[in-house]
Design a protein around this ligand. Structure first.
Ligand SMILES: Cc1ncc(COP(=O)(O)O)c(C=O)c1O
Length: 481
């Protein structure tokens, strides 16, 4: 039986669909697919969500494209590039179930979605809704539009085991006000693999004239769906994930009625505001990656997206079903098989997630850090400004307000005399060795240079946060009490 590895590699044009001898899928095809992957023998890679290793047939074609572009050079760029990209876009649109004038090939999900978040015509006070479980890159982009345009971000938390689609829909609905403009929602949450009821969320949001941007980083090539059926306004995905294109290929879908209002990230010559290409000016880039999208589509069509989806879901349920009722195990992926596919998340009661990650030979990365205490002051003791205004004239204030030293307790203190303190308060620099209390300070704080900041006191009162660098004391922040 012919394998796609034996296909002739001549690719004169991306328009020309390669002739593949499709194997009989009633045969032992999964072993054949296994043969298409060259894998490391010293570990099993269970993480395909970051980047799918590409199968040999696609890799082989990709290398051919690199060689071809390298021979044809600017001749290719001037004569074939645009036509090739157009025909690949058309084919991709067919695969993802939408019209080709609604999609652009980008470099990844981050580019696609951040382009929408950054280019949306925000007004000060507009509101956006997204979830705690959303991807960090998009959340920081929303933080940026908050700082830049005064957009108010509202954050929901999606339950790991929803009772119904309606529970999720009403979670997002509960945050909508007359100011809400955009909801961002994951089609599949990358942490738990949960698939969300996108169409129902979009239908609900549209009733309030709110637009929905879907993070589909993990969905194209993972399971079978049509973007148009979702009724969403924007959709972004990374093709180098489950579609297994080479690294650096993504997709942006924009409903035609919104194209004209989005500001591109990089300005384009195109004056037609309704042309999606206007949003996709990226300059000269590795075009062989675009060409290989065609080959990745060949491969997935050869395999069959429905068949792939079923296989991935089967494998995930194979291990999660066995572990779900184990007393020490928490499967954080919904039990309902329609709400997940290949990705699942597990926690153990008797092992920290850090230890579990180490045992599985995976390295985590910190996406958010939260400080829970400063000196002797703990986060639980914080009060909101509004409450402080309310209690300012009552005796409750004495229980709530703590001396400023509470937060300075674990950093060194440098005692200044009156003259030195005045100089620091005026923003002047001092020589550490010239200070009156220098001997005492060095005796008490031999490691002072390990601290980024130190505080200065005069007569037991903190007067400034200071920095000491190469023997010079500089004020960092004056404390006016
Ligand atoms: C849910 C989700 N969104 C967006 C991204 C960003 O993908 P990329 O780095 O390919 O832009 C990821 C990456 O893993 C993701 O998991």
């Amino acid at each position: 039986m012919a394998s796609p590895l034996l296909i002739s590699s001549s690719s004169s044009s991306a328009n020309e669909k390669d002739k593949i001898n499709y194997p009989d899928f009633n045969s032992d095809y999964w072993n054949q697919i296994r043969e298409h992957y060259e894998l490391k023998s010293d570990y099993i890679n269970l993480e395909s969500g970051y980047y799918n290793i590409i199968p040999k047939p696609t890799l082989f074609k990709h290398i051919e494209h690199i060689k071809r572009i390298n021979i044809e050079g600017s001749y290719y760029m001037r004569n074939n590039r645009l036509n090739d990209k157009k025909s690949i876009t058309n084919r991709l649109a067919e695969f993802v179930g939408c019209k080709s004038n609604n999609i652009a090939i980008t470099r990844n999900t981050t580019e696609s979605l951040d382009l929408i978040i950054g280019g949306f015509p925000w007004d000060n006070g507009d509101e956006a809704v997204f979830a705690k479980q959303d991807y960090g890159a998009m959340k920081v982009m929303f933080e940026q539009v908050h700082k830049r345009h005064g957009v108010i971000n509202k954050v929901v938390s999606v339950p790991n085991h929803p009772d119904s689609d309606e529970e999720i829909v009403s979670l997002y609905e509960s945050q909508i006000t007359s100011k809400t403009r955009l909801i961002m929602v994951c089609h599949m949450i990358n942490i738990t693999g949960q698939i969300l009821p996108i169409k129902k969320i979009c239908d609900m949001a549209h009733k309030y004239d709110v637009e929905v941007m879907v993070d589909g980083a993990h969905c194209i090539g993972h399971f079978d769906f049509n973007i148009e059926d979702l009724n969403c306004d924007y959709y972004g995905s990374s093709l180098h994930k489950w579609l297994a294109t080479p690294l650096g290929a993504g997709l942006l879908y924009v409903d035609s009625k919104h194209t004209s209002k989005i500001w591109p990230l990089l300005a384009d010559h195109n004056n037609d505001l309704n042309n999606i290409d206007r949003l996709n000016h990226i300059g000269t880039h590795p075009v062989h990656i675009d060409l290989a999208i065609n080959d990745a589509l060949d491969y997935i069509e050869w395999m069959g997206i429905k068949r792939k989806e079923e296989r991935l879901r089967y494998i995930q349920n194979y291990w999660t079903d066995k572990l779900r009722d184990h007393p020490n195990v928490n499967i954080n992926t919904p039990k309902d098989k329609t709400r997940s596919c290949a990705i699942a998340n597990i926690g153990l009661d008797n092992m920290s997630s850090k230890d579990l990650a180490e045992k599985l030979n995976t390295k985590g990365h910190v996406i958010q850090l939260r400080r829970l205490s400063v000196g002797n002051f703990e986060e639980k003791d914080t009060i909101l400004i509004d409450l402080s205004k309310e209690i300012i004239h009552s005796s409750t204030i004495f229980n709530k307000i703590l001396p400023i030293e509470t937060v300075l307790d674990d950093i060194p203190a440098l005692v200044l005399n009156k003259t030195e303190a005045r100089q620091i308060k005026q923003g002047q620099k001092l020589e550490l060795n010239s200070l009156e209390s220098i001997d005492n300070f060095l005796k008490r704080n031999p490691n002072y240079n390990k601290f980024e900041k130190i505080y200065a006191i005069e007569n037991n009162d903190p007067i400034a946060l200071i920095k000491i660098y190469e023997g010079i004391v500089k004020p960092a922040r004056i404390i006016n009490l």
